[in-house]
Ligand binder design. Structure first.
Ligand SMILES: Cc1cc2nc3c(=O)[nH]c(=O)nc-3n(C[C@H](O)[C@H](O)[C@H](O)COP(=O)(O)OP(=O)(O)OC[C@H]3O[C@@H](n4cnc5c(N)ncnc54)[C@H](O)[C@@H]3O)c2cc1C
Length: 458
């Protein structure tokens, strides 16, 4: 029996659950379902007769497939005026701004630019259909990818979805229905779509614009269940809005709103427990540990938050945008209602410095540790290395432990918040201790640096 995505990826906990393998399988024997950790995986629903290996060739986590550098080079390497940085991949231009069209900024996660662009692609006739993610009100999967043909429908998808979604059904729809499509996606999803486009002409011809989202990590379904419980939700969640904005708080302190079947609403802010779970990588799929793509390098355009002091204070939210394809550049330059100013690429990198550190520095050490243990590790664009910085090593080690513990401690059948929190406490205490020691040790160094800066600027 030849290797498949099940034996080579899923069995090693390296699947992100994008669903492109299921869509491309000529035998149709893969179906996307939730595993016991609340993450999507392909499951076998029939016998693999062709043994064609397409499931592996389109998987973003299989070593040996073209990486983001190779895909980016093929797509954008020859574009006139294109630039390249190893952290961002290719880019033509970088912008900061927001949409001024009614509702975009209000309901969008950042400045509403992704929705503005998707609508502009439709109204300007660049595409016939937009594929994005919308709420379903189905408790088995609160969000899903859907195909839309009107700007009004596209607008119902505004906002970030920190919840598993899979793309198999809509990719099958693209393969069945001619037309020009734009699609939104996280870096690994867009990479999988690109790998599939390389293998399938219909997909190559029909998906004409890919809109990437910068990504620090995906989250399992249990992440939403946990935060809902933390917010005091009793009963089934029917709806979640992840990026509520409040005029009296900075954009960075956004809130989640949960709506239950009986109409009860509960709110919880970033600094009331979301940050703890997010930054400590609780409920993050293992595959995310092996993603070195921060800026969706294979996408025609990438949207993200402007996490820079001058913008993140503005509660209305602000977007940063990296444009790679001339087609998208034309829409951005000519579109009505989008306010975008050029911003140096260094500022974009500064805005995502935390994610760059996790996806590059942390990964170097993680892969080093994996190799020491003899675990299967996909090929990545970072060199395995043990960092000299003890605190960085400690941080990676603790966060990896918490990632595993959070999955094991959260029982989706009978969630027990107290049991979960007690299980996580020792890790949190170690994190705090380590942070405190690091601050104390680093204090004299910071003072010296500050004094040196003072001398230089004074
Ligand atoms: C899991 C995740 C992690 C992220 N991590 C970061 C980060 O570390 N740093 C950062 O700056 N930005 C991150 N983002 C991106 C950020 O949250 C915003 O999505 C982005 O700035 C676009 O905002 P906007 O206001 O321009 O878009 P909006 O107008 O809100 O439109 C967003 C569009 O993206 C689609 N969409 C939302 N979620 C998904 C999804 N999961 N998969 C595919 N399409 C989706 C929506 O349907 C909508 O069409 C992340 C997003 C996600 C989903």
């Amino acid at each position: 029996m030849k290797p498949t995505v099940l034996s080579s990826v899923v069995d090693h906990d390296l699947c992100i659950g994008c669903g492109v393998c299921a869509a491309m399988c000529p035998d149709n024997v893969l179906e996307m379902q939730f595993n016991r950790f609340g993450e999507y995986n392909p499951f076998s629903i029939g016998e693999c007769t062709k043994e064609c290996g397409i499931c592996l060739k389109v998987c973003p986590f299989v070593g040996g497939n073209p990486d983001e550098d190779a895909i980016g080079q093929q797509l954008f390497g020859d574009v006139s005026g294109i630039q390249h940085r190893h952290e961002t991949g290719y880019f033509l231009n970088s912008y900061v701004g927001y949409s001024n069209v009614d509702g975009h900024r209000e309901y969008g996660s950042s400045g509403g630019i992704a929705t503005w662009l998707l609508e502009a692609l439709l109204t300007e006739g660049v595409v016939d259909h937009v594929i994005c993610v919308v709420p379903t009100c189905d408790t088995e999967g609160l969000f899903a990818f859907r195909v839309f043909d009107t700007p009004e429908d596209v607008r119902t998808g505004a906002g970030s979805v920190y919840y598993p979604v899979e793309i198999s059904a809509v990719i099958r729809q693209v393969l069945e229905t001619p037309g020009r499509y734009a699609i939104t996606g996280l870096p690994c999803f867009i990479k999988a779509v690109r790998l599939a486009q390389n293998r399938n002409k219909k997909l190559r011809d029909r998906v004409v614009v890919t809109v990437g989202l910068t990504c620090g990590q995906l989250k399992s379904r249990h992440f939403t269940d946990y935060i809902a419980a933390l917010a005091g939700v009793r009963g089934k969640v029917m709806r979640v809005h992840y990026r509520g904005k409040s005029p009296d708080r900075p954009a960075s302190n956004y809130h989640y709103t949960f709506t239950t079947a009986d109409g009860e609403e509960r709110r919880i802010f970033w600094n009331e427990g979301i940050a703890e779970a997010w930054t400590n990588r609780w409920f993050t799929p293992h595959a995310c540990n092996y993603c070195d793509d921060i800026f969706a390098e294979c996408a025609d355009v990438t949207c993200m938050d402007a996490w820079l002091p001058e913008y993140s204070k503005d509660s209305r939210g602000t977007s940063l945008v990296l444009v790679r394809s001339p087609l998208v550049q034309k829409v951005i330059t000519g579109g009505q209602g989008g306010y975008l100013d050029p911003i140096p690429i260094e500022r974009v990198l500064q805005s995502q410095a935390g994610v760059v550190e996790v996806k590059r520095q942390h990964m170097m050490y993680r892969i080093y540790l994996d190799q020491e243990k003899g675990s299967k590790v996909p090929e990545k664009r970072v060199t395995p290395k043990k960092p000299d910085n003890h605190f960085l090593r400690q941080e990676v080690f603790l966060k990896d432990q918490m990632q595993v513990a959070s999955k094991d401690l959260w029982n989706s059948e009978e969630p027990d918040m107290q049991h979960f929190r007690e299980g996580m406490r020792p890790y949190l205490e170690q994190v705090r201790r380590s942070e405190w020691i690091s601050r104390v040790i680093m204090f004299p160094l910071r003072m010296v640096r500050q004094m040196m800066r003072g001398y230089r600027h004074g």
